[in-house]
Design a protein around this ligand. Structure first.
Ligand SMILES: Nc1nc2c(ncn2[C@@H]2O[C@H](COP(=O)(O)OP(=O)(O)OP(=O)(O)O)[C@@H](O)[C@H]2O)c(=O)[nH]1
Length: 690
């Protein structure tokens, strides 16, 4: 089957934004103008297409990134939805991993907000080229200039304004395209038809000036154009576009557009810009991975003829059709009714029904070619981050990194009938979401769920009720502490020996255990030589370490940021087996942690509070009282001050209420996980006694 669109006419794009900047509204308009939805949805009425989950509709926030295919001017655009709320950070991470370019939406009255900053930095890390859309130009206080300035100063980016607005606030009526020097307005209320015309007289001088700056700035980005510019030669619109495209792809520049999605103005130029400036799968470097057999690094070109490599980036359990796995194909193609190989799990999987998602329907397809995104039903063993590849030419792509959950609650079924259903529901939900964890507390036997924030857990408990019909009592949210060691233990050993009549048990391991930098989790390495611990038992030793690390020695919190090296040991010809080595590893690990001067780590949140000037003193006082460290302050439009601080999560419970009453409801704050840090001895004592 021939592909419908050549690769250079494909775009995998994410719309990225701070909560409430207007991502959903913008996505809706895109789907409407690209002709795949039949009526315009509205976030406020809860009828949008991408927000298809009930909770999303009710809460008006986008939780799940669905991938939707649209068409614009003979290009295929796959829109990968990303959430704005940082509690759903796993969604952002996974979508950044598979998308090729981003449209970052800002609220023109706010400019860069904390979460847009976070996502921007993540996009930097993944080298995702971006364009910006300054939305809400119709709102009182909207400022194109301020927003662009904040992109420059807060994000350290190189924003290139491509338009100027016509009219402001409620009189905002269109934009001037500075490249073509045309005014763009919209004929009807729904903004279906852009009208290209003359620039209004009162804006002509400004537009001329701005265009001259634009040309100079684009020329600066390109050697050939720099020469032309300096020699005073005419530079064509096509040349400017081509140079800006190269600079955007190289992350040297970010074209900026403006509009009002709600008022249906400014969206089509953004669609044009997606085509003009954002990458096709051919513009990104060939995907890299390792050969699972030899460990050698290999790459695969974005071509239908290459062997298959694809990455599963999202699992959705649909109550009607079952488990749906979204994947991105990097090379080759995924064809229905074929076998693929999951090298991470060492398993083959059968590709059953293949689906492509449109805004208003699903379509069964025979194949999903290179560079494209699709969904498959019926995979059994493959989850988020897993590679699917050609069994004859295996490749293991790098998995997706997710942060550790920082908050947990105890949860118990309301009735015994709910017991099994709850376990099943929690399992399915944690399969979908790698930052959602379920464990049983060793001491109390309670089921503990953990996630990235209160909202994250609320939504999951809510889904359990609605989708799986499980009633549960939920405890108070608690901080997910961690345990780690503060000094190296060069040698710790354990000999696990049991003589029980018949066959005995014998396992003996010698470890060295050392603290490693934050964020590294538990690392394991074997350096045994000469078969002191036979190779076949090493995986069991590692398993023992990982299991033991699930609960530390201080208060049973997971152990993190340690490196365990297996340096020696011994075995018995008859009595040694996997279980005895695993047990030896568990005991050796626990003792090692005990001897390494263990400490508690607590999650520290990056907090930003924006308040009117007159409340600044109170807010600083509150943050200090909560063990907050003030990082900086900044003036914001409308006589407001933004305070940035690092505050332990444990101190942030109830902050929303306190801030509201201290500022008569005028203060707002946002927070997100930043890092884990050791707690002081006095605080640790309190935690251990609680
Ligand atoms: N005045 C104005 N309001 C807008 C505009 N775009 C969106 N809004 C409103 O802003 C609010 C948030 O819009 P959403 O589209 O839900 O924003 P979002 O970024 O998708 O938010 P999450 O899904 O929660 O991350 C809604 O009440 C919209 O009606 C705009 O261009 N102008």
């Amino acid at each position: 089957m021939a592909r419908t669109f050549p690769l250079e006419r494909c775009r995998n794009i994410g719309i990225i934004a701070h909560i409430d900047a207007g991502k959903t509204t913008t996505t809706e308009r895109i789907l409407f103008y690209t002709g795949k939805t039949y009526r315009l949805g509205s976030v406020d009425e809860g009828t949008t297409v991408t927000d298809w989950m009930v909770q999303e509709r009710e809460r008006g926030i986008t939780i799940v990134s669905a991938a939707v295919t649209a068409e614009w001017k003979d290009y295929q655009i796959n829109l990968i939805d990303t959430p704005g709320h940082i509690d759903f950070t796993a969604e952002v991470q996974r979508s950044l991993r598979v998308l090729d370019g981003g449209v970052v939406v800002f609220d023109a009255t706010q400019g860069v907000e904390p979460q847009s900053e976070t996502v921007w930095r993540q996009a930097d890390r993944y080298n995702v080229p971006r364009i910006c859309f300054i939305n809400k130009m119709d709102r009182v206080g909207a400022s194109y200039e301020y927003s662009i300035e904040s992109i420059r100063t807060r994000l350290g980016a190189n924003p290139i304004p491509m338009q100027i607005p016509i009219g402001a606030e409620s009189n905002f009526s269109g934009v001037v395209d500075l490249l073509t020097m045309q005014a763009i307005t919209w004929r009807d209320e729904l903004g279906r038809e852009p009208v290209y015309g003359e620039i209004p007289a009162e804006l002509r001088d400004e537009a001329e000036e701005r265009r001259a700056i634009l040309v100079e700035r684009i020329a600066e980005l390109d050697d050939d154009l720099t020469v032309k510019f300096l020699e005073g030669e005419e530079i064509t619109v096509e040349e400017l576009k081509a140079a800006l495209r190269r600079a955007t792809l190289a992350n040297k520049a970010t074209p900026v557009f403006c509009g009002s999605s709600l008022k249906n103005k400014g969206v089509q130029p953004v669609l044009d810009a997606i085509i003009d400036y954002l990458p096709s799968p051919l513009d990104i470097p060939p995907v890299r991975g390792t050969d699972p057999n030899s460990g050698e690094e290999i790459t695969r070109p974005a071509s239908d003829d290459a062997p298959l490599s694809a990455l599963v980036f999202k699992i959705v359990t649909d109550p009607y059709v079952g488990r749906l796995a979204y994947f991105r194909v990097y090379s080759g193609k995924v064809t229905s009714n074929t076998m693929v190989y999951n090298p991470g799990k060492g398993r083959k999987e059968r590709i059953g029904r293949l689906l492509r998602m449109y805004a208003d329907r699903r379509e069964d397809v025979e194949e999903i070619p290179a560079g494209d995104i699709g969904a498959v039903l019926g995979l059994k063993e493959s989850f988020t981050g897993d590679t699917l590849c050609d069994p004859q030419a295996p490749i293991l792509l790098e998995s997706i990194q997710f942060p550790e959950p920082v908050i947990s609650v105890a949860i118990e079924p309301k009735t015994t009938a709910d017991q099994d259903k709850m376990a099943d529901a929690l399992r399915k939900l944690s399969e979908e979401d790698p930052t959602f964890r379920v464990r049983t507390d060793e001491n109390t036997g309670q089921t503990i769920i953990s996630g990235m924030g209160e909202l994250h857990l609320d939504v999951l408990v809510d889904r359990m009720l609605r989708e799986f019909r499980v009633q549960a009592n939920v405890g108070r949210p608690r901080v997910s502490y961690r345990e780690t060691i503060t000094r190296e233990v060069p040698k710790v050993e354990y000999r696990y020996v049991k003589q029980t009549g018949g066959k005995g048990m014998y396992g003996h391991v010698v470890f060295s255990i050392e603290p490693v930098e934050r964020g590294n989790g538990v690392q394991f390495e074997s350096k045994v030589v000469g078969g002191a611990v036979p190779q076949e038992f090493v995986p069991a030793v590692q398993k023992g370490v990982m299991e033991a690390a699930e609960s530390g020695v201080l208060a049973g919190y997971p152990v993190t940021d340690v490196k365990v090296t297996l340096i020696d040991g011994s075995y018995h010809e008859v009595d040694s087996n996997e279980m005895s080595f695993k047990m030896a590893a568990i005991f050796a690990f626990k003792e090692g942690i005990q001897r390494g001067s263990p400490v508690l780590l607590e999650p520290i949140m990056k907090v930003e509070v924006v308040v009117p000037e007159e409340y600044l003193g109170d807010v600083l006082g509150q943050l200090n009282a909560r063990r907050g460290e003030i990082q900086g302050m900044e003036v914001r439009p409308g006589n407001a001050q933004a305070v940035r601080a690092m505050v332990p999560l444990a101190e942030m419970f109830g902050y929303a209420t306190e801030l509201r009453s201290a500022t008569q409801g005028r203060g707002v704050f946002s927070m997100e996980f930043d890092h884990y840090a050791p707690v002081s001895a006095t605080v640790a004592q309190k935690i251990l006694n609680s």
